[in-house]
Ligand binder design. Structure first.
Ligand code: GDP
Length: 197
């Protein structure tokens, strides 16, 4: 897929105010600092479409972008920021659950995972939440350039193996780097294929 246009549409703190257009929607989510903004900018070939935030966990907004005038890319807030209080975490959970439960045009969620990390409780819980609500998702491994190729393969294989302790089958996954552009074509082709179905 060639990106011909990528425009910011709006930010919302409540899903009921999100755009009403019935076009396919793809959501991006992950732990704070996982590389979500960088990935969105890399995919869209824009320098600062998604804001690379210096203060993780601060903004809790649903950000809609319209891509190629035909689908929405949604940048959701990062989760799991250690310094956020328990009360704030509960508000976040409610806010996020609402988005997933209300947004009927959501086609697929991309759960971002830092390639260097082993499965973390919060990511596993989040994937379980998606599974329990029959919400399709893919895993996107980020920052792949931070590991050498043999270490990277080993780490991803081990991650997937550990996931099979929780899941009967593995979701589609992508290995990406915002620094090198790795994974961009596969990722955009996936969206193209899903949109055509
Ligand atoms: P977000 O909080 O998930 O939106 O993460 P950001 O996109 O702001 O990235 C967090 C930090 O990781 C920043 O310092 C980025 O420059 C860095 N980063 C993000 N993606 C990559 C990547 O693919 N490779 C490398 N080497 N660094 C990255």
């Amino acid at each position: 897929m060639k990106i011909t246009s990528a425009e910011f549409v709006m930010s919302n703190s409540n899903v009921i105010n999100a755009p009403k257009d019935r076009i396919p929607e793809y959501a991006f989510i992950g732990r704070s600092n996982v590389g979500k903004s960088s990935l969105i900018n890399m995919l869209m070939e824009r320098k600062d479409l998604a804001k690379i935030s210096g203060k993780p966990g601060k903004t809790q907004l649903i950000n809609h972008f319209k891509i190629n005038d035909s689908w929405f890319l949604v940048d959701l807030p990062g989760y799991g920021y250690a310094k956020v209080s328990k009360k704030k975490r509960q508000i976040f959970q409610y806010f996020i659950e609402n988005y997933f439960k209300e947004r009927e045009q959501l086609v697929c969620t991309f759960v971002l995972i830092d390639s260097r990390h082993d499965p973390q409780k919060i990511d596993l819980e989040f994937m379980r939440f998606l599974g329990e609500n029959q919400l399709p998702f893919c895993i996107v491994f980020t920052k792949a350039d931070k590991l050498g190729s043999s270490k990277l393969n080993k780490q991803i294989t081990s991650y997937k193996k550990k996931l099979l302790n929780h899941w009967e089958s593995l979701p589609t996954s992508f290995i990406t780097s915002s620094s090198t552009g790795m994974g961009r074509d596969e990722f955009l082709n996936f969206i193209d294929d899903v949109n055509e179905d």
